[in-house]
Structures are given as C-alpha cells and as structure tokens.
Ligand binder design. Structure first.
Ligand code: HEC
Length: 113
C-alpha cells in the first residue's frame, strides 16, 4: 500500500503544474477576485448586468454594471486600478488583470461560435 503511494507521488506532484489552466484561473479570478466578484455587477461573461433597481424622487432608477466585453486590456487595467463611484477598487497585479481579460475574451468567443 505504502509502496503504491510512493509510486503515485511523482504523478501527484507533476500534476500540480497544469492543475488549472490559464482559462480556469481567469474564471476563478473573475468570479472571486480579492473582494467582490466582478460577475455580480458585470454578469457571467462581462455582458453587463442590472445591479439594483430602486425608486427615488425622479422615479424608477437602476444601477447597472456596464458591458465590458469590448474593453481593451489597457482600458481594463485603468478601470480596475482607479476609483469609481460604485465599483470597488481592486489591487490586482497586471498579470491577474490580463488573466481576467483573457478569460472574458475567450468566454465570449466561445459563445459567438
Ligand atoms: C459593485 C459592483 C461592481 C463590481 C464588483 C465590479 N464592477 Fe466594474 N464597474 C461597475 C460599475 C457600476 C462601473 C461603471 C463605473 C462606475 O460607476 O463605477 C464599472 C466599470 C468597469 C469597467 C470600465 C467600463 C467602462 O465602460 O469604461 C471595467 C473594465 C470594469 N468595471 C471591470 C471590472 C472587473 C474586471 C471587475 C472584477 C475584478 C469589476 N469590474 C467589478 C460595477 C462593478
């Protein structure tokens, strides 16, 4: 039994490297970055989403997360690293932002096929 485990060990360790793909990592970050999920405000694939509807003295209002599917990587980086009235400020590295960006791009090419 112990011998079998030892034989498996290199396999288990070797599996670590490609354990999750770049796409899966992007999906993970998009859905669960440090803080609030992007999906909560920008929809599952970045298509945008109504966050909340409310009523004030001007009537019915809604707060909406914009469609971010066509934002360039540079635009994304700028948005994620700056202050907004609604969107939280994230402290993500360029690499993490790029991964999220790649995820949104890939997810949306899959859907249009
Ligand atoms: C609490 C809701 C919320 C969350 C969470 C959120 N956003 Fe946003 N985002 C917004 C809103 C609303 C705007 C429009 C600017 C504003 O009013 O803050 C915006 C703007 C943007 C923009 C710029 C869009 C434009 O039209 O220029 C990008 C890119 C973006 N968000 C990406 C992200 C990513 C990636 C995440 C996750 C790391 C994220 N957002 C998380 C609500 C959110």
């Amino acid at each position: 039994m112990a011998k079998r485990l030892l034989l498996l060990l290199p396999l288990l360790l070797g599996a670590d490297e490609d354990f999750i793909s770049h796409y899966e990592y992007g999906q993970m970050l998009y859905n669960n970055p440090r803080g609030v999920s992007c999906a909560q405000c920008h929809g599952k694939s970045g298509e945008g989403k109504v966050i909340v509807e409310y009523r004030d003295i001007h009537g019915k209002q809604k707060l909406q997360g914009p469609d971010i599917r066509h934002k360039s990587f540079e635009e994304m980086k700028k948005s994620i690293n700056s202050y907004h009235p609604v969107m939280p400020r994230y402290y993500l590295t360029d690499e993490e932002i790029k991964t999220i960006y790649d995820f949104i791009q890939k997810k949306n090419t899959e859907q249009s096929q």
